[in-house]
Write a protein that binds this ligand. Sequence first.
Ligand code: ZN
Length: 149
Amino acid sequence: MSDLNELYQETILEHNKNPRNFREIEDADKKALGNNPLCGDALQVYLKLDGDIVKDVAFKGSGCAISKASASMMTQTVKGKTRDEVQILFDEFHKMVTGELNAETDENHLGKLKIFAGVLEFPARVKCASLSWHTLSAALQGDDSVSTE
Ligand code: ZN
């Protein structure tokens, strides 16, 4: 577990310093604003869809290192995926950070996202880690905002 913790911390710091897809998509098909009042994270997620496929995804906003790093890795992961695949990843991610899924032993598609199992040791951070996923899901469903409260 200490190896995972080290990887977790390094990855979070690196993505926080240099977030991927950190921009606005001006002609986005869908967008939503996600708020995590507990921590003060506020992220806007933008989506371009091609039929059922996420053609482009980006985010902007401000938040703690975990929420930004999670959003950064979320955008990397879901680009090119179908809505169904995104939904499966969201479910698996949510189950992992709430302890319902063991990313090491249970079958899943999380790949690099497994490092976020590290938030299990910091329950206050679970909402930070899942904020971008809730926001993405809201955008896909046509909602323009979501709050983790
Ligand atoms: Zn946060």
